[in-house]
Design a protein around this ligand. Sequence first.
Ligand SMILES: [Fe+2]
Length: 229
Amino acid sequence: MKRSEVNEIMRAADDFIRSFGFRLPPFAYWSPDEMRRRRLEIAGIPDARLGWDITDYALGRFATKGLFLFTLRNGSEADLRAGGGMCYAEKIMISRQDQVSPMHRHVVKAEDIINRGGATLALKLYNSDAEGQIDLSTDVTFATDGVRRTQGPGEVLRLAPGESVTLLPGNWHAFWGEGGDVLIGEVSTVNNDLTDNIFAEPLGRFSDIEEDEPPLHLLVSDYPKWLAT
Ligand SMILES: [Fe+2]
């Protein structure tokens, strides 16, 4: 993706998020220079990989395969292993109409995917088989806001604003906005996007960026290069 496209998506996402009365934290609006200048004081941000995350899954077709994410908080994998402390994470995301987040599962992360407002959030769901591959034959049982539900393999679950689904490790899922753009919440166990996304097809978790203008704000994937000491 071009940096100019990333900047434009940031502006549009901020407008969309604000239209629901939701606000991003202060560090969302810091410039790359400010982050670099304060990098010792703010090390908790890159360490937890908090912030802007715009991906086209390295496919170059953001409108049809992509996702806007902002990681608001993210705990510690050591705490999660120890069974106490900051074991949680939260993201706000936007799936545009018919913009697919491709089929994937997590090894560690359990997540509630929440329709926070806008259009319908559609999710296609499968179980894992014994090898961890997509199980095309078994029914999928899951909870939506505490209500147990079962549907056939690959059937589409539709969530209206206010509704959510709990996805456990091993639940294969792909999702998109249906009939319009959707503001999505994610409340989960600690999140590691470097290691904990298994995709059904070969693709990348982050975008390759072509620098055609300066970044408005850094992406999480920019931190290693831009905030290097
Ligand atoms: Fe997921």
